[in-house]
Design a protein around this ligand. Structure first.
Ligand SMILES: [Zn+2]
Length: 174
């Protein structure tokens, strides 16, 4: 197993925390000199904060750990290709590298839909990225989340229909 795969495995572990909390399972770790200095998992629903993506939480934690907003020499591992908000934040924090798992051709901002990490100029930092590290495992975690979400939505619909039918029965028996 390569070092990138090992750290992506730790990002997947963070994503597992999101999954167990009923959140879209995205996880992130920030690594410097072979050591994890910060972790984050998606907490949009828990915190009722649309900006609480795994990367945003991990970047803030990494800045706190280093006492600097510049993430010099850091590599950011995240289970899904970062969105435009997170890619923008990454450019501002200036890590050395970004490694992601599942590519996102629809909304990814690291080469999937657009590439904000390689837009210098006009942005002030260019950051090499690598996608597809443990990509299948990351993608399977997302698929299992959305499968379960669809199943739960179907169940809720069935329960509602059942309740309506019961109400109807009661009113018609009078
Ligand atoms: Zn994001």
């Amino acid at each position: 197993m390569s070092e990138d795969e090992r750290f992506m495995g730790l990002a997947l572990r963070e994503a597992g925390k999101a999954l167990r909390a009923g959140e879209v399972p995205c996880g992130c770790v920030v690594v410097k000199e072979g050591r994890v200095i910060a972790r984050g998992w998606n907490q949009v629903e828990s915190l009722k904060d649309a900006t609480a993506h795994a990367e945003m939480i991990a970047l803030t934690a990494a800045e706190a750990a280093l006492g600097d907003w510049r993430l010099d020499g850091c590599t950011v591992y995240v289970t899904k290709e970062p969105c435009p908000m997170c890619a923008g934040a990454l450019v501002h924090c200036r890590p050395e590298r970004v490694v992601f798992g599942m590519p996102d051709p629809m909304g990814g901002a690291c080469g999937g839909w657009i590439n904000l990490l390689d837009s210098n100029p006009p942005l002030n930092h260019r950051c090499p990225t690598q996608g597809g590290v443990l990509g299948d495992l990351c993608a399977e975690q997302f698929r299992s989340f959305f499968r379960e979400a669809r199943r739960a939505a179907k169940q809720r619909r069935a329960d509602r229909l059942g309740a309506d039918a019961n109400n109807h029965d009661e009113s018609s028996s009078d």
